[in-house]
Ligand binder design. Structure first.
Ligand code: G
Ligand code: G
Ligand code: MN
Ligand code: NA
Length: 254
């Protein structure tokens, strides 16, 4: 309850910031970035979301917090719109289950897009596999509406749930994101190599992009590439950082 109160005050005091982690194609190009929330605490400094997202999710606080994240990412997209170095870069935004299940979730996203002027196809919403599978009818309805507006979707933490191909074909998806727990032991635990190959095969059959997260070693990246994955996110390639760091990377690429 203490932390919940602190979070509420922090939201009011605008103590949150977004960091961005670049996402790379095998050819070295930056193909996007994931927005990750940070709490810039006046005394304790930078606090990672693992320390507070859970508490926010247990309360209703994740709703205004998630909305702030969405708005801030869309403002960033709009700010980049007039700069040829950045205007093609999509941003991925994590959406919590409680936020997604709000009755007005679709309307809020549409409103933020309209108010900021961000181009919808540059916004990719990351929904976890468990969120997607829980109440799949509501998921399909909301995704379908946003899809008609041009918004894209990625399934985060993919492989940790039990998605069947049948379910996946019902969802208007763009991307599967291989959970980092499978990437971690690639080349070490044979079952994880098998799972990753299976996910990449599923993505290919469904004509979806597939991106691996948590790529920390050159060996992991090489194995992923061998298995047919061409998109990567992880400490090996780029840490999450303030937008200025992402812009420097994009300038180097331009
Ligand atoms: O950045 P970090 O690796 O510490 O993130 C830890 C967890 O917090 C991850 O599961 C990530 O998805 C989650 N997270 C980061 N930013 C956001 C956000 O803006 N909204 C939600 N719902 N989760 C986030
Ligand atoms: O759950 P989600 O996929 O949104 O969380 C992404 C989290 O993974 C972020 O907190 C991010 O900081 C973290 N992350 C990004 N790259 C790596 C990596 O290479 N290794 C590890 N261990 N974590 C990573
Ligand atoms: Mn994510
Ligand atoms: Na994930």
């Amino acid at each position: 309850a203490q932390l919940e109160g602190d979070l509420q005050a922090a939201l009011a005091a605008r103590q949150f910031a977004l960091h961005y982690q670049p996402q790379f194609h095998l050819d070295g190009r930056i193909v996007g970035a994931e927005a990750l929330i940070r709490w810039i605490h006046p005394e304790r400094g930078l606090i990672a979301p693992s320390a507070f997202i859970g508490v926010a999710e247990e309360s209703e606080l994740i709703v205004p917090m998630g909305h702030w994240v969405l708005r801030t990412a869309c403002e960033q997209l709009a700010a980049w719109e007039n700069d040829a170095r950045y205007r093609h870069v999509p941003l991925s935004v994590n959406v919590s289950a409680r936020q997604f299940r709000q009755r007005d979730f679709v309307a809020r996203v549409v409103e933020v897009l309209r108010e900021t002027g961000a181009r919808p196809h540059l916004l990719k919403l990351e929904l976890t596999e468990s969120l997607v599978l829980d109440n799949v009818d509501d998921t399909i309805a909301k995704m379908g509406l946003l899809k008609t507006k041009g918004v894209r979707f990625s399934v985060d933490d993919f492989g940790t749930g039990y998605s069947s191909l049948a379910y996946l074909t019902r969802l208007p998806l763009d991307q599967l994101k291989i959970d980092q727990s499978f990437v971690r032991n690639l080349g070490v635990r044979h079952t994880d190599d098998v799972i990753v190959q299976t996910i990449i095969g599923m993505a290919r059959n469904l004509e979806l992009d597939v991106i691996a997260e948590g790529v920390e070693t050159a060996q992991q990246k090489a194995l992923l590439a061998d298995y047919g994955c061409q998109l990567f996110q992880g400490y090996l390639l780029g840490m999450p950082g303030p937008v200025s760091e992402l812009e420097v990377l994009l300038q180097q690429a331009a």
